[in-house]
Design a protein around this ligand. Sequence first.
Ligand SMILES: Cc1cc2nc3c(=O)[nH]c(=O)nc-3n(C[C@H](O)[C@H](O)[C@H](O)COP(=O)(O)OP(=O)(O)OC[C@H]3O[C@@H](n4cnc5c(N)ncnc54)[C@H](O)[C@@H]3O)c2cc1C
Length: 401
Amino acid sequence: MIVWDGIIIGGGLAGLVAGITAAERGKQVMLVAEGIGSLSFTSGVIDFGDFNALRDRQDHPFSHISEDQALQSVSKWQELCPFYTGSWAKGQPILTPLGEIRPAGYVPYSLSAQPLEAAREIVLIAPQGLKDFFPGLFASNLALNFPQAIVTIKPLQVDRFAQHYSLGKSILPSDYAKYWASVEGTDYLREFLMGIIGELAGMKEGLVLVFPGLSASFEPLLRDLLKSLTVSIVEPTIFPPSPVGMNLYQFLRKKFKDLGGEFLTNGKVEAAVIEEGYCPSISLQSHGKTLELKAKSFVLATGGIFGGGIQVGPRTIREGIFDCPLFIPEQWTSDGFLGPQPYTQTGIEVDAELHPLRSDGEIYLHNVYVCGRMLAHWDPWTDHCGGGVALTTGHRAGTMI
Ligand SMILES: Cc1cc2nc3c(=O)[nH]c(=O)nc-3n(C[C@H](O)[C@H](O)[C@H](O)COP(=O)(O)OP(=O)(O)OC[C@H]3O[C@@H](n4cnc5c(N)ncnc54)[C@H](O)[C@@H]3O)c2cc1C
């Protein structure tokens, strides 16, 4: 039986980054994932929150990452995804799905809202029937946030979706995005955008188009089209499932496979053999079969409570594969609906090399490394650093294999 250098359990951002990092280092790695992870639901934005303040917080995942390691993971990310722009130290503006502005860390360049700051005329493209997109509300927020500009809405209809329109059906952003990325869709878009630019020829200097659901940074045809236009186009983030997140997932998965990594989907890891503080093998269910896999080391990137890695029952809560000891807060929830929720701190405590720890502070498993949402002592929603933790700790775990 093959003994892998490393097996990564989990195919979200943390697991994929760990897999890519290890494969790039020439390691023979397999990634096993039961499902696609949360990446496909996200906007593809990698937030770091207030990285330095969070690093100073005792036990926060960033406290296990040195500044040098953080810089390494970020520069690897820029190498991997050259179409991302931003900084982990200084937030840059992006548009929310409702047309508000928020600061973000790293974003695909077409999401950067910077061009809007100097806009004199903003045209909001409103693809008809686009699910969970509210052009009127969006345009009023744009007008409030960029008072120096005139905001207008330009409806967009496509013959391909005529039947949907006539039945009053919503169209998923991913369906629109797939169409824009096709040759037919890109041609249609070129004509449509050139029409607007032609109409507003006098305004070219300060004209910015806002186009939801394009996912242009990932698609070569769209990238070329946008480059050839003389005006800036800004994409807002949109409600899940977001084509940008879906494209990022496919992009990273392909990268991992191109580097020689083995990717096993629909594989649910159910148990691990544990011998004297080491794990020699795990067993999993895949397509109705039970498989045993051996490796020198393992990365646990199973996404915490929401990803399926931590199972919460009426009276029990446990990590489902290695039975790693968990930090569980005494109080589970708090009253403030939008405030910090204690249960989000649930996870595995680790040392500086991301080994899981026992409650006495000793290493629980010497050849297992934990990353992403499985780590204890942070709240991705109020710390605003979900992607940053997945990226930095996933990268660190990948260097440990
Ligand atoms: C809707 C949404 C929006 C977000 N928006 C942002 C944002 O704007 N900015 C930002 O920085 N962050 C954002 N995040 C957070 C960020 O994306 C996550 O923190 C991060 O992706 C977590 O990654 P992960 O790899 O740790 O876990 P996950 O993505 O949850 O992946 C877990 C993986 O483990 C697999 N798995 C679980 N159990 C098993 C098992 N037993 N066997 C095999 N596989 C298993 C799952 O199938 C999955 O593949 C958002 C998250 C969500 C859900």
